[in-house]
Design a protein around this ligand. Sequence first.
Ligand SMILES: NC(=O)c1ccc[n+]([C@@H]2O[C@H](COP(=O)([O-])OP(=O)(O)OC[C@H]3O[C@@H](n4cnc5c(N)ncnc54)[C@H](OP(=O)(O)O)[C@@H]3O)[C@@H](O)[C@H]2O)c1
Length: 215
Amino acid sequence: MKKRIGIIGSGKVAEVLAAGFLNNGHEVTMGTSNPGKLADWKGKNPGAKIGSFEEAARFGQVLVLAVKGSAAELLVTSIASSLANKTVIDATNPIGDKPPINGVLQFFTSLNDSLMERLQKASPEAHFVKAFNSVGSAFMVNPSFPEGKPTMFICGNNDEAKKEVSAIINSFGWDATDFGKVESARAIEPLCMLWCIPGMLRNEWSHAFKLLKRG
Ligand SMILES: NC(=O)c1ccc[n+]([C@@H]2O[C@H](COP(=O)([O-])OP(=O)(O)OC[C@H]3O[C@@H](n4cnc5c(N)ncnc54)[C@H](OP(=O)(O)O)[C@@H]3O)[C@@H](O)[C@H]2O)c1
């Protein structure tokens, strides 16, 4: 079903997911404080609208949060009322400013905390669903791996929102797998660290995770 999608962000993740939604027949508004930086992208994707963060949030029936992790909490606080009762796909990671150590990114959260829990507290009425955070942007839409579809690990408190996001993820060529409530972001966010290690150490960036199951 065709939906209005608000993409909060203008980086690579925002661009790739916005194009994916447009190609699947949805309407898209991108949100940024700097519309000029999307001029090239908009030239290739004329169907998209560009607005402020707030305008994208108000436009979308479904939202994607794709901003720098360290800016996410403040931004979500400032637009909280526009996120209320909406599904918000949270692609962010709590990557800190310090450099990686032996290829391991440094987070500003600890193991008993996560960025998505902070976002959920900042906008309690929003239905956050963690997704797309632990794969590179090149593989977010229609990934092609000889071993088959990779697994998208998702979590969040609202079951309907997770069903809605699972359908989107599956339409993007993934297997969405529900890993529980918001606290599970403590485990899913660090998958980003794991995903980046081969890239940081050996410049290998062409992989994705798959969950193997018996029965
Ligand atoms: N790159 C990847 O392959 C990848 C993969 C998985 C997950 N992620 C996660 O997805 C998120 C987006 O990543 P990205 O690489 O696409 O872009 P990014 O460079 O991490 O972030 C760019 C976005 O963050 C916003 N931003 C930066 N500082 C801000 C501030 N102080 N206040 C408000 N907004 C601010 C920018 O706003 P303007 O639009 O106003 O410039 C822009 O929309 C990150 O949390 C990242 O960890 C990235």
